[in-house]
Design a protein around this ligand. Structure first.
Ligand code: BGP
Length: 478
């Protein structure tokens, strides 16, 4: 049994499920500009992760000939009632979803709140409450309004801090009576790795790309702190979390140079973010990194004060796989925003993500030891090219195996004494893949009849993993 009040649920994001990209006032987002590109080599999607001005122009000039998967999502906008019921019927008690900024303040800087957008999210929460699903709300999940890019050049512009906090404040106030757990930014470390979707930065437009990315990140840290401040004023019991793409990595071997290199990589890609948001200051190793790499961040003392005074209440992260580092940098494995080395002891998914359930236990122990803050697994799951059989079943035994192993290690971590209060599987229902834009990279426990080009009935079918999870929750949730 999991501890009493343990949260177990499923998570989705607005751009990957909603669709209805131009309905009821919503303006265009960066996610809406990603058109479908057929990936020949599933294990190398580097090209898909970087967005150039050429690609954006091409997308806008050829709108009618291209297919934009995130404009369609899985039509959750119209089917949320059916989907939430299916999710609740599995026996889950939590649902993580994100709010789309461009549905709430479509014009960004005129302060006009779109009531239809507010109503849509209130309706989602109403359904959650009907089925006793605790809503966990992400305020920004890879769908920056495109107007922020056009007018302000993305998050590197300090003006975006106040625009974002104005939006966050509307959301916090409107939903204050129904939501306790908030995540201002999804995978905030993605700002360095997928600069366009996370921060609205177009790589070829920057003279010093790394500096622009870290500036954007700094501005997001300030916005995060301001959002926490606003939230606590509304309700001091609100629980505010950070969220990272957790890239747990091992040193290739015990060669001290490799161990040191791995530590430095982990600091830069992972610990830095937790250190800053949990401890409230820039760690010295990062200040050194900035100097060594000619990165000058514009900030003033008041921003650092804000960060110091408004720290997170909990730590959350997505965990899919682990990786390996060595000085050789033989980066052959692609994994959730990172390129890493292969681990000879692990199997990998079709997309090259190295499956490591014990790594989850290691991660939970490590983060608990370092920060002593409650932990929350915001995403965990596996992308598989599931097939709908003739008899309308989906035999996703590999997913069952993946989930079973990870949940076992989660329990082991709890037995180790780690304070973890929730687990969200990515995803309860098939969604458009974030990085590769495919439908065929399916994470769901519920199958959606829709292909990479948007064809299909969109009908929902329960996979074998759905029934498995239902039974698992019956036996493990108090
Ligand atoms: C995380 C995102 C999710 C998600 C997941 C799987 O990066 O927070 O939005 O989709 O990873 O990634 P992908 O869909 O690229 O396989």
């Amino acid at each position: 049994m999991f501890p009493k009040n343990f949260l177990i649920g499923g998570g989705v994001s607005a751009p990957q499920v909603e669709g209805a990209y131009n309905i009821n006032g919503k303006s265009l987002t960066v996610a809406d500009l990603k058109y479908f590109e057929d990936v020949k080599n599933r294990k190398d999607i580097t090209n898909l992760k970087t967005t150039s001005s050429k690609k954006i122009d091409y997308a806008l000039q050829n709108e009618s000939d291209l297919y934009f998967p995130k404009r369609e999502g899985i039509d959750f906008y119209h089917r949320y009632k059916e989907d939430i019921k299916l999710i609740a019927d599995m026996g889950m008690n939590a649902f993580r979803f994100s709010i789309s900024w461009s549905r709430i303040i479509p014009n960004i800087d005129d302060g006009k709140v779109c009531q239809k957008g507010i109503k849509f999210y209130k309706n989602i929460i109403k359904e959650c409450k009907k089925f006793n699903l605790e809503p966990i709300v992400t305020i920004s999940h890879f769908d920056l309004p495109y107007k922020i890019v056009q007018k302000y050049g993305g998050w590197k512009n300090k003006k975006v801090i106040s625009l974002f906090t104005e939006y966050a404040s509307v959301v916090l106030n409107e939903l204050k009576d129904f939501v306790k757990y908030w995540i201002p930014f999804n995978e905030i470390n993605a700002t360095i790795f997928t600069t366009f979707v996370s921060a609205g930065i177009i790589a070829d437009k920057e003279d010093n790309l790394l500096e622009s990315c870290y500036q954007a990140l700094h501005n997001q840290f300030v916005a995060n702190a301001k959002t926490i401040k606003i939230a606590k004023k509304i309700n001091k019991d609100f629980q505010m979390g950070c969220m990272l793409a957790q890239a747990t990595c091992y040193s290739l071997d015990c060669k001290p140079e490799n161990v040191l290199y791995n530590l430095k990589e982990q600091e830069k890609k992972v610990y830095f973010y937790y250190d800053l948001m949990a401890k409230g200051e820039y760690p010295t190793y990062m200040l050194k990194y900035f100097i060594d790499n000619n990165i000058n961040i514009a900030f003033d003392e008041s921003e650092l004060e804000l960060i110091k005074e408004n720290k997170i209440d909990f730590i959350s992260f997505s965990y899919y796989m682990s990786g390996v580092n060595s000085l050789n940098k033989n980066l052959t494995s692609e994994a959730n925003l990172f390129k890493l080395e292969k681990n000879p002891y692990l199997n990998e998914s079709e997309w090259g993500w190295q499956i490591d359930s014990i790594g989850l236990r290691i991660t939970l122990n490590d983060l608990w030891d370092r920060y002593k803050l409650p932990l929350f697994i915001a995403e965990n799951g596996i992308g598989i090219n599931d097939k709908l059989e003739k008899d309308l079943t989906i035999k996703d035994d590999r997913r069952i195996n993946y989930l079973e192993l990870h949940l076992k290690e989660l329990k082991n971590a709890i037995n180790d004494g780690v304070n973890v209060f929730g687990y969200i599987t990515w995803t309860p229902i098939d969604v458009v893949s974030s990085a590769s834009n495919e439908m065929s990279k399916r994470y769901g426990l519920i199958y959606v009849d829709q292909d990479d080009n948007g064809n299909g009935s969109k009908k929902r079918y329960k996979k074998n993993s759905y029934y498995w999870f239902q039974k698992y929750l019956k036996n493990h949730l108090q």
